[in-house]
Design a protein around this ligand. Structure first.
Ligand SMILES: NC(=O)c1ccc[n+]([C@@H]2O[C@H](COP(=O)([O-])OP(=O)(O)OC[C@H]3O[C@@H](n4cnc5c(N)ncnc54)[C@H](O)[C@@H]3O)[C@@H](O)[C@H]2O)c1
Length: 429
């Protein structure tokens, strides 16, 4: 049995109608099997505005989550409140027999996530966390490539995440560790999960981490600060860095910095193996590049694997594709250059064969994959795919980001957060 959402048309109640609720609204609106029947925000006007903006005409608006919990016509409770409320709301919905689609991190600790996973199991309902990268076709392709072994032994993986702080005024819950859990838990959870997935591991052997702070005027302008008086200086931890050692000897570093406008935020995840390299571009990845240097006998199998990975990624697009939006696409080019410098390109433009002089790329197979047409569409598509995953889940066909999976990522995040406090002064010695 599924969800174990039972009806053909599923009633959904959304708790938390702030910023990210808009992304969920876009995703839900494109799923005909889901009907939004309740919108809840403790600031009720936000729920009312969301109802009007997205035309959820059948939704009842309220300021109290209790109005959704246990409502017999609502079988999915979506939660988009700040992280400190995720555990309580998820457990309440599950205990009332409802499936849960919770925004990340889903809970503030691994123990809480495991408790939610266990309660869901006991109650026979499905509970997932919205780890959007788990639905992104390029992340899935990267997983196939790394796990296939064509990059050889993975020596190094590097996450460089230059994020924006444009909508994060000083008194935003994001900066308050009691509410968000801090950057590792609130945000890092996406990347710890991605690395666990790509390396096919559950956790690193150890992790070292630190955090870096800056002073900002406490009355810095922002939507939540309007009309407030200046409060002097505030200190916020806006950059964190970690190094982890994974089984089989992979050194992984994570950097997250929230210090720039959204317009030029940038994220690159690089993988370095003994036989090649790969780079994934974008926090919501839009481009993937792979370069492999196989033995000559392995060149064609390697090229075939890169092609098959593209086909697999392409086959996932339908889960992301909302009916009312322009078509999402995934294009790829695979180039094989033999040791004599002859190359062949396969991709969206068909196959061509020609000859070049022998260059440094001799004996190399290259793949590049590009998602389009637009990052926000792919983002909303990944939320949509996560919801589909929930609706279609069965005890055998489990969703990609259930609470047990999230608990593993949170275990790493908690260790990073704990490591923070053991910093050694150098100048003070
Ligand atoms: N999956 C992703 O990629 C992604 C991206 C951004 C944010 N998020 C997550 O989404 C969640 C919400 O983030 P946001 O940026 O929308 O925050 P937000 O502050 O803009 O919105 C949260 C809303 O929840 C309401 N709220 C708070 N507590 C409530 C309660 N107990 N009952 C009812 N309403 C309550 C607030 O009034 C507010 O309107 C966070 O967990 C965040 O980490 C996920």
């Amino acid at each position: 049995m599924s969800l174990r959402v039972k009806q053909a048309e599923t009633g959904l109640g959304l708790i938390g109608c702030g910023g990210f609720a808009r992304m969920i609204a876009k995703a839900v609106r494109s799923l005909p099997e889901i009907k939004v029947l309740a919108l809840v925000d403790k600031i009720q006007d936000r729920a009312r505005n969301l109802k009007e903006e997205y035309g959820f005409t059948e939704a009842r608006v309220s300021s109290d989550p209790a109005d959704v919990l246990g409502r017999p016509d609502i079988s999915i409770v979506a939660i988009a409140t700040p992280p400190h409320s995720h555990e309580e709301l998820s457990l309440a919905a599950i205990s009332a027999g409802q499936a849960v689609f919770c925004e990340k991190p889903g809970a503030l600790s691994a123990a809480s996530a495991l408790k939610i996973a266990r309660t869901a199991e006991e109650k026979g309902v499905t509970a997932v966390v919205d780890l959007v990268m788990r639905q992104n076709p390029l992340c899935l392709i990267l997983g196939i490539i790394v796990r296939s072994g064509i990059l050889g032994e993975i020596e190094r993986l590097e996450v460089e995440n230059y994020a924006h702080d444009e909508r994060l005024p000083v008194d935003h819950w994001f900066w308050d560790k009691h509410k968000s859990g801090g950057i590792w838990i609130e945000h890092g959870v996406h990347f710890f999960d991605l690395v666990n997935f790509v390396l096919d591991q559950t956790a690193p052997e150890w992790i070292w981490a630190s955090g870096f702070v800056r002073e900002v005027p406490a009355d810095k302008e922002g939507p939540d600060n309007e009309g407030k008086e200046g409060k002097g200086q505030a200190i916020i931890e806006d950059r964190v860095m970690a190094v982890a050692w994974y089984p089989r000897g992979t050194v992984v570093s994570f950097y997250h910095g929230f210090k720039r406008p959204e317009r030029y935020e940038r994220t690159i995840t690089r993988v370095v193996g003994s036989k090649g390299y790969s780079a994934l571009y974008g926090w919501m990845p839009m481009r993937l590049e792979v370069e492999v240097f196989p033995n000559s006998a392995d060149m064609v199998p390697c090229k075939n694997l890169l092609s098959e990975a593209a086909d697999f990624g392409g086959s996932r697009l339908h889960a992301l594709q909302p009916a009312e939006m322009p078509d999402l696409y995934l294009v790829h080019d695979i180039e094989i250059t033999d040791t004599e410098g002859k190359y062949e390109i396969e991709g969206k433009y068909g196959t061509s064969v020609s000859s070049t002089g022998l260059g440094s790329n001799a004996g190399c197979v290259r793949g590049s994959y590009q998602l389009g047409p637009d990052r926000r569409m792919v983002y909303a598509g990944c939320v949509r795919a996560g919801l589909r995953d929930l609706i279609r889940a069965t005890p055998i066909d489990r969703p990609a980001a259930d609470y047990a999976t999230v608990a593993r990522a949170l275990t790493v995040a908690e260790a990073a957060e704990a490591s923070h406090r053991k910093i050694q002064s150098v100048r003070g010695r």
